[in-house]
Design a protein around this ligand. Structure first.
Ligand code: SF4
Length: 224
């Protein structure tokens, strides 16, 4: 079976809308500011993006809020660029759009309930599949309710996360809620490299673990 090229599929969507002279609405599940930096720089050229910071996996509310604040700071900066048409140091054009935000509550209990029994799985294992599904199902639900044309996630920018698995889960969630998933593999075409450059350019807080308390524990153990 041929391997899918998710970025080509994404571009086919943008080309189709461009030919029709339309800008689709996209609900983007965002995990943190560093991961979203390149995704937003790229996506705002083609979509009216609304950021959905839905991350019940993050252990400790203080960390959840810290990542969220950093995300909001990045969005404010990106929107300032659009209002002032100031794109110095950016891979952006004057047709970039403003980014909106849809707020989400912090609900770590929901995540812990979902991953019960999978606490000892290594990163990349079954616990992560459950975690992806939880976040993408909620994003699909919100996209359907909000009448968005598409939803997707920044998670595919991580070299530690399997794009085939994320895209499959996104498509399942789209079918369940009657909405459309935008395929992606944002790490491709130097996307991950660009996220590192942008993180440094904007001095973004970059955490050293994925999010849940299990990944934090593993990161601590690695440091010892
Ligand atoms: S390691 Fe990351 S993706 Fe995996 S379960 Fe924890 S927070 Fe979710």
């Amino acid at each position: 079976m041929n391997k899918r090229n998710y970025m080509k599929e994404l571009e086919a969507v943008t080309e189709e809308f461009k030919a029709e002279g339309k800008t689709p609405r996209l609900l983007l599940q965002v995990c943190c500011a560093p991961c979203s930096s390149h995704c937003l720089e790229y996506l705002r050229e083609h979509f009216l993006v609304t950021v959905f910071y839905y991350n019940p996996n993050i252990s400790e509310q203080a960390e959840f809020e810290k990542r969220k604040e950093e995300e909001l700071r990045l969005i404010r900066e990106y929107n300032r660029q659009v209002r002032e048409q100031d794109f110095s140091g950016m891979h952006s054009t004057p047709s970039a759009h403003l980014i909106e935000v849809m707020d989400c509550p912090y609900d770590n209990e929901k995540y812990e309930e979902a991953v019960r029994g999978l606490e000892e799985c290594p990163e990349g294992g079954d616990r992560c599949g459950v975690c992806f599904r939880l976040r993408l199902r909620e994003t699909a639900r919100a996209a359907a309710e909000g009448g968005f044309d598409y939803f997707t996630t920044t998670l595919t920018i991580s070299p530690l996360k399997n794009a085939d698995r994320l895209n499959a889960i996104g498509e399942e969630a789209a079918a369940e809620f009657g909405t459309a998933f935008l395929p992606s593999d944002f790490k491709k075409r130097d996307g991950y490299k660009r996220s590192i450059e942008l993180s440094s350019q904007f001095g973004l807080y970059r955490q050293n673990y994925c999010g849940c308390k299990y990944s934090r524990r593993a990161a601590k153990q690695e440091q010892q």
